[in-house]
Design a protein around this ligand. Structure first.
Ligand SMILES: [Fe+2]
Ligand SMILES: [Fe+2]
Length: 300
């Protein structure tokens, strides 16, 4: 890694807001942190110059047969479109700029994936055109909480794929910034939820609480494959993780996967200002599930 790339990578993983002192969710400093986080930790890599290493035939076969590429590309297109639609409803210029920045990062993920599938000749369905969401806030929350679920598992799956050599090291290096970028997104989203809750009028809070529950129920339905087109958007947020885990299922032990997800989550969040709230739902659920899941006995 040359110096400029190493510095950009470091800056994307480490960030402190210059103003010191305690903060409370919803106060001016919290808002400053929320609106500066993504912009100041931006990693300016260019998809066009990413390195797509030549893969050995077995690695190439493993990568091209993963059943995730269509859904991954579509998820990025939808995420970008939904975040942009939500940004259009926001009046405050700083928050709007942060959301538009996030939407551009999602579009860049789509660009990265498109270049990967082109480099390895992975057949893809043509891009779909998605309807604008009827309720942009709902659509943004579906995307945000989906990312909280998917990023948590993606951390662990990615690390397992790295350790086992399922992904060759050069490909891991190419994808690493994208995985970290999703970590920043869920950090931003978690703090937006907290800031939004704290700054809305008291009478709106019960409604917003119900909306959060409704989003989680929607994600659960979607992930068990029975969601209908209830939000005016096409299905398919349930994706990467489910398909990705199936593909790696033979190689992994669920208890080990959970442990690695938890370790990676901690590691990936550790460089950011400790006053920012961390996404806690998935780590809590995972720690609870882990109480009932024991590691498989090793045969060797
Ligand atoms: Fe993304
Ligand atoms: Fe994202």
């Amino acid at each position: 890694m040359d110096d400029a790339i190493a510095t950009a990578d470091f800056n994307a993983r480490h960030w402190n807001f210059p103003q010191t002192g305690n903060i409370q969710a919803g106060d001016a400093t919290h808002y400053g942190m929320l609106t500066r986080l993504l912009i100041e930790t931006y990693n300016p890599y260019k998809p066009a110059v990413l390195n797509w290493p030549k893969l050995e035939p077995d690695a190439l076969a493993r990568i091209t047969s993963l059943p995730i590429w269509d859904i991954a590309v579509q998820t990025e297109i939808k995420a970008s479109m939904r975040i942009e639609a939500f940004a259009a409803t926001i009046k405050d210029p700083d928050l709007k700029a942060a959301l538009l920045h996030m939407a551009r990062e999602e579009a860049r993920h789509k660009d990265v994936l498109s270049r990967l599938v082109a480099a390895y000749d992975i057949p893809l369905k043509p891009d779909e055109v998605y309807k604008q969401p009827r309720d942009p806030e709902w659509a943004f929350m579906v995307t945000g909480y989906s990312e909280c679920v998917d990023s948590f598992f993606a951390y662990g799956l990615f690390e397992m794929a790295r350790r086992s050599g399922y992904f060759p090291p050069e490909l891991v290096e190419t994808f690493e910034p994208v995985v970290q970028e999703e970590g920043r997104h869920i950090l931003f989203f978690t703090n937006w939820i907290a800031w939004h809750k704290a700054t809305m009028p008291l009478w709106r809070r019960p409604y917003f609480f119900c909306k959060i529950i409704a989003v989680w129920l929607f994600l659960i339905y979607e992930r068990i494959g029975i969601a209908k087109d209830v939000d005016g958007l096409e299905n398919g947020d349930a994706n990467f993780t489910v398909n990705g885990s199936k593909a790696l299922a033979d190689e992994m032990d669920p208890a080990t996967l959970i442990d690695i997800c938890l370790e990676e989550d901690k590691k990936r969040m550790s460089g950011y200002d400790p006053r920012l709230l961390r996404p806690t739902t998935m780590p809590k659920l995972a720690r609870f599930a882990r109480l009932f899941i024991r590691p498989k006995k090793r045969t060797v």
